[in-house]
Design a binder for this molecule. Structure first.
Ligand code: NAD
Length: 469
């Protein structure tokens, strides 16, 4: 008997034929100007807050059914995402939307930046944090005055069903719609013309989204993944490093886009760090993590099979137990992992952590630079110079010194990838800017009008212009 019993429900679908008229309806709403007033935006953000207050429990239950998500993780890392963003947006809406006075342009007028909504936007979310990754981008879309279509992941079907049933009761149905379904429905959506598409998920589908968007020159934000490295040097506090690494890796059973994917550890501290992580995992989850309600499950049997295949021919330092019926994989550490092995070729996205030995931090930097740019990079060290060197000499979406995952919690900072890990960013003001067009406006009066600018051009005018070079 296990604590978590994952249940499966049929994948929900919205009728594909309904999609074109639905998008047309949202466009008509946007064109009517309904979504522009700040009062409408505030009303929708307040409604979103009310939704979270009233539906948090059904959502947490659905997350437990879909992912065995512990209640703490369901609230802290998933359900609480959008309310935090909505509160920030409500507080700053007037400031963010106010036309920005850039300054006078001599003899011409005054430059002003206006923030225009884009129109009708599409938000496509994945299954690992299926509430927050759908609704926190929505905060930016609403704050910027857009209409929006939401596409939750079909993989987490319970959560999708709760969202589809409850969310429309809170939000303006003329402007915000939710479409359930998988590839067929998402493809039908991508065949429509949107003014922005925000996609969170894997890079393979990211490419499909971008190709479809290109047909209409629709801009995209792609929040993708990758192999986020974690470098540990010999000066790190191993007890604290072990705790922060194990937490970042094993929350949501490793299914976190910014989870440390693998460790690069200086030879002298390799064995003590592995022992410290093992001790920490026992403290977190007990001797049998399958029995605790604080450890999530792999989302489905397909992913379970993918992950267990990665364990083949690997040296297991600890963990390694699996139970396919329960979608369970024990928190697992692999040692002496070859950089050429299958597990080092793709994002792991599960509770398996390979540890690779490095001579020094320079070797770690070379290792990271020889691969695609990751979504996150972590470095544990007591030496500020080492941290500075790693940050200077590597490129990643974001980074954290002596910690994991936590850097995304500060909404004052943009969250997004670079290169293979994505393009564009959101969170806080960045979410608002992502769904906004910054319109450059020059405001002129009628008092001055330099004749010299117009044909026929005078010799004096031409001489003056030449001096500008
Ligand atoms: P997923 O399978 O739920 O797919 C994401 C969305 O794409 C779903 O809504 C799905 O319906 C749609 N989709 C799937 N196949 C499609 C197709 N062929 N055409 C059109 N649409 C399609 O989720 P996933 O991709 O497995 O998510 C995991 C990945 O997401 C990991 O790589 C992870 O790192 C990344 N991720 C990134 C972030 C971030 O913020 N950067 C956050 C979470 C997850």
């Amino acid at each position: 008997m296990t604590v978590t019993q994952l249940q499966s429900v049929p994948v929900p679908h919205s009728p594909v034929d309904d999609i074109p008229p639905l998008v047309a309806r949202l466009r008509a709403t946007f064109d009517s100007g309904k979504t522009r007033p700040l009062a409408w935006r505030r009303e929708q953000l307040q409604a979103l807050l009310r939704f979270h207050k009233e539906q948090a429990e059904p959502l947490a239950e659905a997350l437990r059914a879909d992912l065995g998500k512990p209640t703490m993780e369901a609230y802290a890392a998933d359900i609480a995402q959008a309310p935090g963003e909505a509160k920030l947006a409500l507080k700053n809406l007037a400031k963010w939307t106010k036309p920005e006075n850039v300054g006078r342009v001599p003899m011409l007028g005054r430059s002003v930046l206006m923030r225009d909504p884009l129109g009708v936007v599409l938000i496509i979310a994945p299954w690992n944090y299926p509430v927050g990754l759908l609704l926190s981008p929505l905060v930016g879309a609403i704050a910027a005055g857009n209409a929006a279509v939401l596409k939750p992941s079909e993989v987490t079907a319970h959560t999708s069903a709760v969202l589809a049933e409850t969310l429309p009761k809170y939000l303006d149905p003329d402007a915000i719609a939710l479409v359930e379904g998988g590839v067929e429905e998402t493809t039908a959506l991508l065949d429509q013309r949107f003014d922005h598409i925000m996609y969170t998920g894997n890079g393979q589908v990211g490419r499909i989204v971008m190709e479809k968007a290109a047909k209409n020159l629709t801009p995209v934000t792609l929040e993708l993944g990758g192999k986020s490295p974690c470098i540990v040097d010999a000066t790190a506090d191993l007890t604290i490093a072990a705790r922060r690494i194990a937490w970042g890796k094993f929350i949501n059973s490793g299914q976190t886009c910014i989870a440390p994917d693998y460790l690069l550890v200086e030879e002298s501290i390799h064995d003590p760090l592995v022992a410290a992580i093992e001790k920490t995992v026992k403290e977190f989850y007990g001797d049998d993590p399958q029995k605790t309600a604080d450890y999530a499950r792999v989302v489905n049997q397909r992913h379970h099979a993918r992950l267990t295949a990665l364990l083949e021919d690997q040296e297991i330092a600890f963990g390694g137990a699996t139970d396919v019926d329960d979608c369970y994989i024990q928190p697992t550490l692999l040692t002496n992992v070859s950089p050429d092995s299958a597990i080092m070729q793709t994002e792991i996205f599960g509770p398996i952590l390979p540890v690779l030995r490095i001579r020094d931090v320079d070797e770690a930097i070379s290792f990271v630079r020889a691969r695609e740019k990751p979504l996150a990079l972590y470095v544990f060290t007591s030496d500020d110079a080492v941290a500075g060197k790693v940050l200077e000499e590597t490129s990643s979406g974001g980074a954290c010194v002596n910690g994991t995952v936590m850097h995304i919690g500060d909404s004052r900072m943009p969250f997004g990838g670079v290169g293979e890990s994505g393009m564009g960013a959101y969170h806080g003001r960045s979410s608002f800017e992502t769904f906004t067009h910054r319109k450059a406006v020059l405001k002129r009066g009628f008092r001055f009008d330099l004749k010299m600018m117009y044909p026929p051009y005078s010799k004096f005018g031409t001489k003056m212009v030449k001096k500008m070079v």
